[in-house]
Design a protein around this ligand. Structure first.
Ligand code: FAD
Length: 671
């Protein structure tokens, strides 16, 4: 017995054996012919369909085999172990293209487009990437304009690097339907047929690996799409896109696992057989330790994959775990292929004996497609900080535990951020399974709430009181709750949805019903200080102090982002913009970094423009409108580096210490 029986269920293991047998018989022979110009793609998809793999996740009523997600991963891994190109075609059609139709399609769309994909009778693709749009999918430029006269959408644009596109019958294409709003609120998905006029294959690319796969650049030239081919709702495209990312990433991790398996097995066998210096090379630690490292990496990748897959199967939010699985598995698959080549020496490098160089080239795609490693690292750290905020919030929840749900609901307007609601007029209905409905009125930067109901809200939030309390208290992420269908949002106004998510901020006081008064004044007014501008280091005394006062406003966040060239600061929304500064994590408060930059770094009268190596401890929340006072003291001078060290305390208008810490500052050099 090995631990496979602990990691996988009996049924999953039986399925793996069946697939492995089938792959041996049907896919192995394809691996050598897949690059030939007359390779029978339709025959391949038909084989997948006949064996029940093309619709693994699709319900039986739509021609699928209705299996849990793990089965898809097992199939992907097993096919990859023999022919990664075949898995890629399979994934693009049977998962990437099929799952959005399953989850967001109408009954008619499912009958027409999902059933043939699930049976392996048609080939699908999914098109997001464009010549100017790769990692930054929100920068999409392909457009879909509604044409009243012809009663159809008209699509124009180009899509690049689209797997299967030149052999596909149908493609799920993403395009901008409302150019006047942020693309995340104005993107839609369409099912197009490649036989329609206006679809043109520009070219197929020559690939480094995964040879045989058609990866295509195509253009859409006034392509007319009937209204019934809009997938999901108008402007819901970004949600559709986000919805499948976690499962796609875990699917790619499974492919990567397959890509390592065969090279690993070849290396183990070769090292036992190949003799040098009178003994098998496996007896040299230089070789056998590589085998050990390969085994460690493969096992770790498998465990990460299984944990993320089980979370998906249990409808648990798992963006971090799925991303970690993909990042790790794809990166170590390169290491494993590389080590296998090294173990086999010349026999690993030449093409004549083993397919090692081929697996190496095939595996190389893993850290690029479906999100590059750089973007995945960004996502992982973002999730880490979201969790960290949630953990801090969990600590404060004990303070508001006794507050009843009605008080909490009635307190919502106290957390309203009018500056985020410019131009918004809407009635939002909260419909709870277990208690009364509430109506939230947002009217031109004013906000009120009352118990009640209406038939014509602009948006309805359907959930239960426990879930909504967790979201208000910051214990649960609203987006993840939506993905897990714990919260269902019903609206046609995607812009409102996106804005709504950013319109409120809560603290224990607010949720207990204490209104937050926000002073109108927003101008920064630093006070006089004992420091004088232009002082050189030798003129500054240890123990010298300064005070600086300012009113906090939202501009500080922008200032912070401008000051810092740090990627995370520029790309995160302002909730997180302050988490890093000068490459170091200094703050977790929404405006903490900006404050420090402004008060300590650039605004402190008498000191220079450079503050670095800062450490900030956040003690209490700070809000736009707060008047904060920094009290700074010089504690040390480092003459050889021309810097002095400051310690600072920052208080709010009520005298509450909101942060303290230290920073190094370089005084201006006197002429
Ligand atoms: C063989 C193949 C098949 C594909 N199949 C499909 C498909 O079926 N459908 C589809 O829609 N797309 C597909 N793609 C596209 C794929 O998803 C993109 O290539 C990928 O998302 C990266 O985009 P890009 O190539 O434009 O690189 P870019 O986004 O231009 O990135 C270039 C480099 O800059 C880095 N970078 C970019 N932004 C940042 C940042 N903010 N911080 C740090 N680093 C950054 C990237 O990590 C990368 O190293 C495929 C690609 C390939 C190669």
């Amino acid at each position: 017995m090995n631990d496979e029986t602990l990691l996988y269920t009996k049924d999953e293991l039986a399925f793996r054996s069946k697939v492995r047998e089938w792959v041996d018989k049907e896919i192995k022979p394809l691996a050598d012919t897949i690059t030939s110009p007359d390779f029978d793609y339709r025959g391949y998809f038909k084989k997948l369909g006949d064996f029940g793999l093309s619709g693994l996740l699709v319900p039986k009523k739509y021609g699928g085999s209705e299996k849990p997600f793990m089965y898809q991963l097992i199939a992907g891994e097993e096919i990859s172990a023999v022919c990664p190109s075949a898995t890629m075609m399979f994934g693009a059609s049977c998962t990437l293209s099929a799952i959005p139709i399953l989850q967001f399609g109408t009954e008619e769309q499912k009958e027409k487009y999902l059933v043939p994909l699930a049976k392996g009778e048609k080939i699908g693709a999914l098109a997001i990437t464009e010549p100017k749009v790769g990692s930054d999918t929100a920068g999409m430029v392909t457009t879909a304009k509604w044409n009243d006269k012809e009663d159809c959408w008209v699509l124009n644009g180009e899509k690049r690097y689209i797997t299967n596109a030149s052999i596909a019958d149908q493609i799920v294409v993403f395009a901008i339907t409302d150019p006047n709003v942020d693309s995340r609120s104005g993107m839609s998905a369409f099912i197009i047929e490649t036989s329609w006029e206006g679809f043109k294959v520009e070219k197929d690319f020559d690939l480094m690996g995964r040879n045989g796969v058609h990866v295509t650049h195509f253009s859409l030239n006034n392509l007319k799409v009937p209204k019934e081919n809009l997938l999901g709702k108008e402007n819901q495209g970004f949600l559709i896109l986000m919805n499948e990312l976690d499962s796609e990433r875990v699917g790619i991790a499974a492919e990567a696992l397959g890509c390592m398996k065969t090279p690993y097995e070849i290396a183990v066998e070769y090292s036992k057989e190949r003799e040098q210096f009178g003994r098998p090379i496996s007896r040299f630690e230089g070789v056998s330790f590589k085998i050990a490292d390969m085994a460690v990496k493969m096992r770790a990748a498998r465990l990460l994959l299984i944990s993320a897959a089980r979370m998906i199967q249990n409808n648990m939010p798992c963006t971090k775990e799925a991303t970690i699985a993909k990042l790790y598995a794809t990166e170590v698959s390169l290491d494993v292929c590389d080590m296998a080549i090294q173990v086999c020496g010349g026999a690993g490098y030449v093409k004549n004996y083993y397919p090692l160089e081929k697996f190496y080239r095939d595996a190389r795609l893993g850290t690029i497609g479906g999100g590059t490693s750089e973007i995945l690292r960004f996502l992982i750290q973002r999730e880490v900080y979201i969790e960290s905020r949630r953990d801090s919030a969990a600590q404060i929840t004990t303070e508001v535990e006794d507050v009843d749900f009605d008080t909490m609901m009635a307190s919502i307007p106290n957390g309203f951020r009018p500056e985020r609601a410019e131009g918004v007029t809407a009635v939002i209905r909260f419909s709870f399974d277990d208690t009364d409905s509430w109506l939230l009125n947002i009217d031109n930067q004013k906000c009120s709430i009352e118990k009640g109901d209406t038939e014509s809200p602009k948006m309805t939030v359907k959930t239960n009181s426990a879930t909504w309390s967790d979201i208000l208290l910051g214990k649960m992420d609203a987006m993840q709750a939506m993905m897990a269908e714990k919260v269902v949002i019903d609206t046609d106004d995607m812009e409102l949805l996106m804005k709504f998510a950013r319109m409120f901020r809560f603290t224990p006081e607010i949720l207990q019903g204490v209104p937050k008064t926000i002073p109108k004044e927003t101008q920064v007014t630093p006070s006089e200080s004992t420091f004088e501008l232009g002082k050189s280091l030798d003129e500054i005394e240890i123990g010298e102090t300064a005070e600086s006062t300012m009113i906090v406003n939202d501009e500080h966040i922008d200032l912070y982002a401008q000051m810092s060239g740090d990627y995370n600061a520029l790309h995160m929304d302002d909730e997180y913009a302050a988490t890093t500064m000068f490459g170091k994590r200094i703050a977790h408060g929404p405006i903490g970094g900006a404050l420090v930059a402004r008060v300590i770094g650039t605004q402190l009268p008498g000191l220079g423009t450079l503050a670095f190596n800062m450490k900030v401890n956040f003690k209490a929340p700070v809000f736009p409108g707060d008047e904060i006072k920094a009290v700074v003291e010089v504690t040390e001078k480092v003459v050889e580096d021309n810097l002095c060290r400051l310690k600072f305390d920052v208080f709010n208008q009520d005298g509450v210490l909101v942060m303290d810490g230290y920073a190094n500052v370089m005084p201006p050099i006197k002429q």
